[in-house]
Ligand binder design. Sequence first.
Ligand code: BJW
Length: 235
Amino acid sequence: MLPSIVILTGAGISKESGLDTFRDKDGIWSKVRIEDVATPEAFARNPRGVHEFYNWRRRNLQGAHIAPNAAHKALAALERGLPGRVLVVTQNIDNLHERAGSESLIHMHGELLKARCAECAAAHEWRGDLSPETPCPACTAVGGMRPHVVWFGEMPLDMERIYAALGTCETFISIGTSGNVYPAAGFVAEARGAGARTVELNLEPSEGASLFQEKLYGPAASLVPAYAEKLLNRN
Ligand code: BJW
């Protein structure tokens, strides 16, 4: 069954869980340059530096202070309340949606707690650090292990499934994303073009704000539970 509600989430939904966004004033891209850590070219040039960046984020994500917030929990409750009808497509590489209980979930930009081998393509659950010396647990090749994330210039994951859902959903909701990065930033146009009602829940208007028919601005941990409750009562 194709979902009737497709929900795109971005870094803003995890902000109140203690994780930095990318493009806010104090965000990740104010501290490191995209060109140094988030492209295949950066990894080829300086694998150790890129590993250090993701090792830090992987350790931070597993810290006791990081937990799903009310917005993640509300989306999981929405999925339980409307079985088979909700799909969450997240740009986030954290694991907060699944920790909150979401099961109908696509990580289009990959997962921080996975690593894959460039030699044999096998992906593995990964909680420790990576380095250029880490051997692949499957093929034993050394030097090919990389974070299972999607860098600029690489193809996001599960796109066929995402576009199929966007083409048939009744409601498209975008939460906590600035609308700067494609193809995710184009999903609202895709869904609206196919007849969906489009909703933005964000701290501030995103780049694509004019394409949303309903817009609510404020912190996700307050907006999302109230909006999910409304959807549960209406459906
Ligand atoms: C709150 C809040 C609170 C704060 N409550 N809200 C020209 C046109 C079209 C495309 C391109 C183009 N030039 C280049 C491209 C392609 C490129 C791209 O988009 N570049 C742009 C910069 C222009 N894209 C790619 O390369 C992608 N691949 C690709 O296109 O492949 C080809 C293809 C073709 C056809 C179909 C399909 C594919 C790959 C993009 C990979 C992005 N990777 C990153 C890093 C991942 C790993 C990691 O985490 O390190 O993904 S970059 C980074 O940005 C990360 C995020 O997922 C992504 C989006 O960021 P997000 O989530 O929107 O965060 P912010 O910080 O930008 O926004 C946060 C929002 O929350 C703000 O609005 C706040 O106000 C709000 N907020 N607190 C609610 N409490």
